[in-house]
Design a protein around this ligand. Structure first.
Ligand SMILES: *Cc1c(COP(=O)(O)O)cnc(C)c1O
Length: 468
């Protein structure tokens, strides 16, 4: 098969898949997973060719996919893929640009610059900020926190880029007790040391408690979050950030999915004051519904990020706004293209409508689940619904039964020491009808589990209904 025929065949199979995302199980059946053993073959001594390879990929791979690109997947806030973003990525894949700098790809450079300006506009963050398109919120946090450390050390008279960490003044890092695990990973990789991280106590809703904020100074990085991964809650930016900045600390905000609350009038007040931070991370591949792996680090002091991430070489010098000088990648694909396409195709109104629709669906589901006897643990201010049954055993049994049923999927979590499940609305495909199916499945599950021997002693039941 020649190149164009093979591409057409890939498109044919891709379109056939897309036609099924509304109806296929949200999670693949066991037999499809077992059949993945078919990939276990010796490396071919003689190439099998593209057509045969594509065929095997589709035959074995497709049935074992998780349908997170469908409307019935409610796990992990990871969204689906908008057609405009997927289509732009498809074309960009044919371009195969090495989007390190302007010289590598003038087209990619110009489009990512535009995507960056639009992001600062729609998220309403300082317009002078650098915008770096990385692979994930995790790597974007590594980039932003590197800039933070290097800047605070420079203010203390230490040249981190030249002299490294040995003998440097210590930079303390304060994180919320509810910090996301990938922030911990970023800090660990950067050498901050887990046992040295200072945990900021949180109040009942899981937000940093301003009254118990650890001491901050000019050698502190304070990490906050916009959108806690279980509850969707926001740290009190308007109270805490001015205090931190006055003390000379650097404030970084993990807004992997929650920063998109800024794009809708209804949810924007949740993130009031976040614009006063020094750096932010946000994903495209979650709530904006762009393909993996596309995320953004935003840094108010553009020069700080460009210094920390610089990778100019004699054969490859570029401007400070070249993406290779802002991200961890050197050779890289232009992840900003899909983000540009999503923003252009949806427009300001479209992003707002998607965010508000998801929040509305989450709140309506929460009301239905409460009425059915579930314990909805969070306030449901955003797109996350944190749910328990009437006791831990029921929570686990219902989660298992829904996952086995396969029509919809969401995952387990532990909140304040006890199991719960977490339902996220983040797919552009999810409409009221899908939320209705989900509600009906869950109402049926708790009705069927009535009178089961899982019931707990009365005093524990009372305690479970207290809000965290
Ligand atoms: C998903 C998530 C991350 C990590 O994002 P990746 O893009 O998967 O690395 C960080 N923080 C929060 C709150 C998240 O939800």
């Amino acid at each position: 098969m020649d190149e164009l025929a093979l591409m057409r065949e890939a498109d044919r199979r891709a379109l056939a898949y897309l036609e099924t995302v509304g109806t296929r199980p949200a999670y693949p059946p066991e037999h499809a997973i077992a059949a993945l053993a078919g990939f276990d073959e010796p490396l071919p001594a003689t190439g099998r060719g593209g057509a045969d390879t594509l065929s095997l990929l589709d035959t074995l791979g497709t049935p074992a996919t998780v349908t997170n690109n469908g409307p019935n997947y409610f796990g992990f806030v990871i969204g689906a893929t908008l057609p405009a973003a997927a289509a732009a990525d498809r074309l960009a894949l044919a371009w195969d640009q090495c989007a390190s700098s302007f010289d590598g790809s003038p087209a990619a450079h110009a489009i990512e610059q535009q995507a960056g300006r639009w992001l600062l506009d729609i998220l309403d963050l300082p317009r002078e900020s650098a915008v770096a398109f990385g692979t994930s919120a995790t790597t974007s946090a590594i980039a932003a926190l590197s800039a933070a450390r290097s800047t605070l050390l420079a203010r203390a008279g230490w040249d981190f880029e030249a002299d490294g960490l040995s003998g440097a003044p210590e930079i303390r890092v304060v994180v919320p007790e509810t910090v996301h695990i990938t922030m911990i990973k970023a800090l660990r990789v950067l050498g901050f040391g887990l046992s040295r991280l200072v945990r900021a106590p949180v109040e009942a809703l899981g937000r940093v408690d301003p009254a118990r904020l650890p001491a901050l100074d000019g050698r502190t990085i304070l990490c906050l979050q916009a959108g806690e991964v279980n509850t969707g809650e926001f740290d009190p930016f308007a109270t805490v950030i001015p205090v931190a900045r006055a003390a000379g600390a650097w404030v970084h905000v993990d807004g992997a999915f929650g920063l998109w609350a800024r794009a809708a009038r209804r949810t924007r007040p949740l993130a009031e004051g976040v614009e006063a931070a020094d750096s932010w991370t946000v994903d495209g591949h979650k709530w904006l519904n762009t393909p993996y792996d596309g995320a953004v680090a935003i840094c108010r002091d553009a020069g700080a990020l460009a210094r920390a991430m610089n990778s100019d070489a004699a054969y490859s010098a570029a401007s400070a706004d070249a993406q290779k000088n802002l991200t961890l990648e050197f050779s890289r694909r232009a992840r900003g293209i899909a983000i540009w396409a999503a923003l252009r195709a949806l427009g300001r109104d479209g992003v707002e409508a998607m965010v508000e629709r998801h929040v509305g669906l989450a709140q309506a589901l929460a009301a239905r689940l409460r009425a059915a006897g579930y314990d909805v643990v969070n306030r449901v201010v955003l797109n996350q619904v944190l749910v328990r049954g009437r006791d831990d055993a029921e929570t686990e049994a219902i989660l298992k039964s829904v996952q086995e049923d396969g029509r919809v999927w969401f995952g387990a979590t532990v909140w304040q020491g006890r199991p719960a499940f977490r339902i996220s609305f983040s797919s552009w495909r999810t409409r009221a009808a899908h939320a209705e199916t989900l509600a009906t499945i869950l109402e049926g599950a708790i009705a069927r589990s009535d009178g089961q021997p899982a019931a707990m002693p009365r005093e524990r039941r009372g305690e479970q209904h207290a809000r965290p």
